[in-house]
Design a protein around this ligand. Sequence first.
Ligand code: SAM
Length: 259
Amino acid sequence: MNHTARKRFGQNFLHDTHIIHAIIQAINPQPDDIVVEIGPGLGALTRPLCTCLKHLAVIEIDRDIIEYLKNQPFADKLTIYSGDVLKFDFAQIRGTKKIVGNLPYNISTPLLFHLAHYADEISEMHFMLQKEVVSRMCAEPNSKHYGRLSVALQYFFAMEEIIAVPPTAFDPAPKVDSAVVRMITDIGRIGVAHNFNHFSQLLTQAFSMRRKTIRNNLKGWADDDDLLNAGIEPSVRPENITPQQFVALSNDLVEKNKV
Ligand code: SAM
Protein backbone atom coordinates (compact mmCIF):
# COMPACT_ATOMS: atom_id res chain seq x y z
CA MET A 1 0.00 0.00 0.00
CA ASN A 2 1.20 3.51 -0.78
CA HIS A 3 0.60 4.99 2.62
CA THR A 4 2.13 8.32 3.57
CA ALA A 5 3.00 8.21 7.26
CA ARG A 6 0.85 10.61 9.27
CA LYS A 7 2.79 12.59 11.83
CA ARG A 8 -0.31 13.46 13.87
CA PHE A 9 -0.86 9.72 14.47
CA GLY A 10 2.78 9.17 15.47
CA GLN A 11 3.31 6.84 12.51
CA ASN A 12 6.83 5.42 12.41
CA PHE A 13 6.57 1.97 10.88
CA LEU A 14 8.95 -0.79 11.95
CA HIS A 15 10.85 -2.39 9.10
CA ASP A 16 13.92 -3.97 10.74
CA THR A 17 13.22 -7.73 10.60
CA HIS A 18 15.73 -8.54 13.37
CA ILE A 19 14.04 -6.13 15.76
CA ILE A 20 10.57 -7.41 14.78
CA HIS A 21 11.72 -10.98 15.42
CA ALA A 22 13.24 -10.02 18.80
CA ILE A 23 9.99 -8.32 19.87
CA ILE A 24 7.85 -11.33 18.90
CA GLN A 25 10.25 -13.63 20.77
CA ALA A 26 10.00 -11.41 23.84
CA ILE A 27 6.18 -11.44 23.69
CA ASN A 28 6.28 -15.23 23.21
CA PRO A 29 2.63 -15.44 22.06
CA GLN A 30 0.80 -18.72 22.73
CA PRO A 31 -2.12 -19.75 20.47
CA ASP A 32 -4.89 -19.18 23.03
CA ASP A 33 -3.52 -15.97 24.56
CA ILE A 34 -5.87 -12.99 24.60
CA VAL A 35 -3.66 -10.39 22.92
CA VAL A 36 -4.53 -6.80 22.09
CA GLU A 37 -2.28 -4.81 19.78
CA ILE A 38 -2.41 -1.02 19.97
CA GLY A 39 -1.72 0.71 16.65
CA PRO A 40 -1.15 -2.20 14.23
CA GLY A 41 -0.27 0.19 11.39
CA LEU A 42 0.79 -1.68 8.27
CA GLY A 43 1.12 -4.92 10.23
CA ALA A 44 4.84 -5.21 11.06
CA LEU A 45 3.99 -6.91 14.37
CA THR A 46 0.41 -7.93 13.50
CA ARG A 47 1.49 -10.32 10.74
CA PRO A 48 3.91 -12.44 12.85
CA LEU A 49 1.56 -12.27 15.85
CA CYS A 50 -1.22 -13.75 13.70
CA THR A 51 0.98 -16.69 12.69
CA CYS A 52 1.28 -17.60 16.41
CA LEU A 53 -2.20 -16.72 17.67
CA LYS A 54 -5.69 -18.05 16.97
CA HIS A 55 -7.07 -14.55 17.31
CA LEU A 56 -5.82 -10.98 17.73
CA ALA A 57 -7.66 -7.79 18.70
CA VAL A 58 -6.26 -4.55 17.31
CA ILE A 59 -7.11 -0.90 18.00
CA GLU A 60 -6.33 1.58 15.23
CA ILE A 61 -7.33 5.21 14.66
CA ASP A 62 -6.37 5.64 10.99
CA ARG A 63 -9.27 4.62 8.73
CA ASP A 64 -7.06 4.15 5.65
CA ILE A 65 -4.93 1.71 7.61
CA ILE A 66 -8.03 -0.15 8.80
CA GLU A 67 -9.11 -0.63 5.15
CA TYR A 68 -5.61 -1.94 4.38
CA LEU A 69 -5.71 -4.39 7.30
CA LYS A 70 -9.13 -5.73 6.25
CA ASN A 71 -7.62 -6.81 2.94
CA GLN A 72 -4.65 -8.71 4.36
CA PRO A 73 -4.45 -12.52 4.32
CA PHE A 74 -4.36 -12.60 8.14
CA ALA A 75 -7.54 -10.44 8.43
CA ASP A 76 -9.72 -13.44 9.36
CA LYS A 77 -7.83 -13.66 12.67
CA LEU A 78 -8.40 -10.01 13.54
CA THR A 79 -11.05 -8.15 15.47
CA ILE A 80 -10.47 -4.53 14.49
CA TYR A 81 -11.57 -1.76 16.87
CA SER A 82 -11.62 1.55 15.06
CA GLY A 83 -10.96 4.65 17.15
CA ASP A 84 -8.83 6.38 19.73
CA VAL A 85 -7.14 3.99 22.17
CA LEU A 86 -7.23 6.71 24.86
CA LYS A 87 -11.02 6.31 24.90
CA PHE A 88 -11.01 2.54 24.52
CA ASP A 89 -12.69 0.49 27.24
CA PHE A 90 -10.36 -2.51 27.59
CA ALA A 91 -12.92 -4.25 29.83
CA GLN A 92 -15.04 -4.96 26.73
CA ILE A 93 -12.46 -7.59 25.79
CA ARG A 94 -13.14 -10.34 28.31
CA GLY A 95 -10.41 -12.23 30.16
CA THR A 96 -6.85 -11.57 31.24
CA LYS A 97 -5.12 -9.74 28.44
CA LYS A 98 -1.62 -9.25 27.10
CA ILE A 99 -1.22 -5.85 25.50
CA VAL A 100 1.44 -5.10 22.90
CA GLY A 101 2.31 -2.31 20.51
CA ASN A 102 4.76 0.00 18.88
CA LEU A 103 3.04 2.97 20.43
CA PRO A 104 2.40 6.40 18.98
CA TYR A 105 4.97 8.38 21.03
CA ASN A 106 2.86 11.56 21.11
CA ILE A 107 0.28 9.92 23.42
CA SER A 108 2.48 7.46 25.31
CA THR A 109 2.22 9.00 28.82
CA PRO A 110 -1.59 9.45 28.89
CA LEU A 111 -1.92 6.00 27.32
CA LEU A 112 0.17 4.36 30.07
CA PHE A 113 -2.03 6.04 32.71
CA HIS A 114 -5.16 4.91 30.84
CA LEU A 115 -3.90 1.32 30.76
CA ALA A 116 -3.06 1.40 34.48
CA HIS A 117 -6.85 1.63 35.14
CA TYR A 118 -7.16 -1.87 33.70
CA ALA A 119 -4.09 -3.35 35.42
CA ASP A 120 -6.08 -6.03 37.27
CA GLU A 121 -7.23 -7.54 33.96
CA ILE A 122 -3.86 -7.34 32.20
CA SER A 123 -1.12 -9.90 32.85
CA GLU A 124 1.68 -8.26 30.88
CA MET A 125 2.47 -5.63 28.28
CA HIS A 126 5.29 -5.16 25.77
CA PHE A 127 5.66 -1.72 24.26
CA MET A 128 8.02 0.11 21.98
CA LEU A 129 8.46 3.61 23.35
CA GLN A 130 10.81 6.52 23.29
CA LYS A 131 13.93 5.33 25.17
CA GLU A 132 13.81 8.30 27.51
CA VAL A 133 10.24 7.41 28.54
CA VAL A 134 11.29 3.80 29.23
CA SER A 135 14.16 5.10 31.41
CA ARG A 136 11.67 7.22 33.37
CA MET A 137 9.27 4.28 33.80
CA CYS A 138 11.98 1.93 35.12
CA ALA A 139 13.98 4.49 37.13
CA GLU A 140 14.89 3.90 40.75
CA PRO A 141 15.01 6.54 43.51
CA ASN A 142 18.07 8.84 43.58
CA SER A 143 18.43 8.82 39.80
CA LYS A 144 17.78 11.66 37.38
CA HIS A 145 14.96 9.88 35.50
CA TYR A 146 13.00 8.99 38.66
CA GLY A 147 9.70 10.86 38.98
CA ARG A 148 5.91 10.66 39.09
CA LEU A 149 5.73 8.32 36.08
CA SER A 150 8.17 5.87 37.72
CA VAL A 151 6.25 5.66 41.00
CA ALA A 152 2.75 5.70 39.45
CA LEU A 153 3.57 2.80 37.09
CA GLN A 154 5.76 0.85 39.52
CA TYR A 155 2.69 0.74 41.77
CA PHE A 156 1.09 -1.65 39.24
CA PHE A 157 3.89 -3.18 37.21
CA ALA A 158 7.36 -4.67 37.45
CA MET A 159 9.17 -3.20 34.45
CA GLU A 160 12.39 -3.68 32.55
CA GLU A 161 13.90 -2.39 29.34
CA ILE A 162 14.53 -5.42 27.17
CA ILE A 163 15.51 -4.20 23.68
CA ALA A 164 17.26 -1.00 22.57
CA VAL A 165 16.07 0.15 19.15
CA PRO A 166 17.84 2.72 16.92
CA PRO A 167 15.94 5.23 14.72
CA THR A 168 17.02 3.30 11.59
CA ALA A 169 14.65 0.44 12.51
CA PHE A 170 11.69 2.64 11.47
CA ASP A 171 10.35 4.29 8.36
CA PRO A 172 10.25 7.24 8.66
CA ALA A 173 13.05 7.28 11.25
CA PRO A 174 12.09 9.12 14.45
CA LYS A 175 14.48 11.75 15.84
CA VAL A 176 14.92 9.85 19.11
CA ASP A 177 16.17 6.45 20.27
CA SER A 178 13.56 3.85 21.19
CA ALA A 179 13.35 0.85 23.50
CA VAL A 180 11.04 -2.04 24.19
CA VAL A 181 9.78 -2.29 27.76
CA ARG A 182 8.28 -5.37 29.44
CA MET A 183 5.63 -4.61 32.06
CA ILE A 184 4.42 -7.45 34.28
CA THR A 185 1.38 -6.71 36.43
CA ASP A 186 2.30 -7.05 40.10
CA ILE A 187 -0.10 -4.94 42.16
CA GLY A 188 0.97 -4.61 45.79
CA ARG A 189 4.71 -4.88 45.14
CA ILE A 190 5.31 -1.44 46.65
CA GLY A 191 2.38 -1.67 49.08
CA VAL A 192 -1.33 -0.98 48.76
CA ALA A 193 -2.67 2.57 48.81
CA HIS A 194 -5.86 2.70 50.89
CA ASN A 195 -7.13 5.62 48.86
CA PHE A 196 -5.66 5.42 45.36
CA ASN A 197 -6.93 8.84 44.29
CA HIS A 198 -5.15 10.44 47.22
CA PHE A 199 -1.94 8.52 46.47
CA SER A 200 -2.10 9.65 42.87
CA GLN A 201 -2.69 13.33 43.74
CA LEU A 202 0.04 13.19 46.37
CA LEU A 203 2.53 12.07 43.71
CA THR A 204 1.54 14.94 41.41
CA GLN A 205 2.00 17.41 44.26
CA ALA A 206 5.24 15.83 45.52
CA PHE A 207 6.92 16.04 42.10
CA SER A 208 5.48 19.45 41.18
CA MET A 209 8.91 21.09 41.64
CA ARG A 210 11.75 18.61 41.40
CA ARG A 211 14.44 20.96 42.76
CA LYS A 212 12.47 21.81 45.92
CA THR A 213 12.41 19.81 49.13
CA ILE A 214 9.53 17.47 49.87
CA ARG A 215 8.64 19.74 52.83
CA ASN A 216 8.12 22.63 50.38
CA ASN A 217 6.26 20.64 47.74
CA LEU A 218 3.88 19.14 50.29
CA LYS A 219 3.14 22.36 52.19
CA GLY A 220 -0.52 22.18 53.25
CA TRP A 221 -0.56 18.40 52.60
CA ALA A 222 1.83 17.03 55.21
CA ASP A 223 3.88 18.54 58.04
CA ASP A 224 7.33 17.42 59.22
CA ASP A 225 5.84 14.94 61.70
CA ASP A 226 3.76 13.30 58.97
CA LEU A 227 6.84 12.98 56.76
CA LEU A 228 9.02 11.60 59.56
CA ASN A 229 6.27 9.09 60.44
CA ALA A 230 6.52 7.68 56.93
CA GLY A 231 10.31 7.51 57.26
CA ILE A 232 10.88 10.59 55.08
CA GLU A 233 13.45 13.24 56.02
CA PRO A 234 11.64 16.58 55.29
CA SER A 235 14.72 18.21 53.72
CA VAL A 236 15.17 15.62 50.93
CA ARG A 237 13.96 16.09 47.36
CA PRO A 238 11.07 14.05 45.92
CA GLU A 239 13.52 12.01 43.81
CA ASN A 240 15.07 10.64 47.03
CA ILE A 241 11.81 9.09 48.28
CA THR A 242 11.06 5.44 47.56
CA PRO A 243 7.73 4.27 46.10
CA GLN A 244 7.09 2.41 49.37
CA GLN A 245 7.53 5.64 51.37
CA PHE A 246 5.02 7.44 49.12
CA VAL A 247 2.46 4.69 49.75
CA ALA A 248 3.15 4.79 53.51
CA LEU A 249 2.80 8.59 53.59
CA SER A 250 -0.48 8.53 51.66
CA ASN A 251 -1.91 5.84 53.94
CA ASP A 252 -0.83 7.79 57.08
CA LEU A 253 -2.46 10.98 55.81
CA VAL A 254 -5.66 9.15 54.83
CA GLU A 255 -5.79 7.52 58.25
CA LYS A 256 -5.37 10.92 59.94
CA ASN A 257 -8.07 12.31 57.67
CA LYS A 258 -5.59 14.86 56.26
CA VAL A 259 -6.97 14.61 52.75
N1 SAM B 1 2.62 -1.26 14.69
C1 SAM B 1 3.05 -0.56 13.51
C2 SAM B 1 4.55 -0.77 13.30
O1 SAM B 1 5.18 -1.20 14.27
O2 SAM B 1 5.04 -0.51 12.23
C3 SAM B 1 2.72 0.92 13.56
C4 SAM B 1 3.29 1.68 14.75
S1 SAM B 1 3.09 3.45 14.65
C5 SAM B 1 4.42 3.96 15.69
C6 SAM B 1 1.69 3.81 15.69
C7 SAM B 1 0.34 3.31 15.21
O3 SAM B 1 -0.66 3.73 16.15
C8 SAM B 1 -0.10 3.85 13.87
O4 SAM B 1 -0.68 2.82 13.11
C9 SAM B 1 -1.14 4.93 14.21
O5 SAM B 1 -2.09 5.15 13.19
C10 SAM B 1 -1.77 4.32 15.46
N2 SAM B 1 -2.35 5.34 16.35
C11 SAM B 1 -1.91 6.60 16.59
N3 SAM B 1 -2.67 7.23 17.49
C12 SAM B 1 -3.63 6.34 17.87
C13 SAM B 1 -4.73 6.39 18.77
N4 SAM B 1 -4.97 7.50 19.50
N5 SAM B 1 -5.51 5.30 18.90
C14 SAM B 1 -5.26 4.16 18.18
N6 SAM B 1 -4.24 4.05 17.30
C15 SAM B 1 -3.43 5.12 17.14
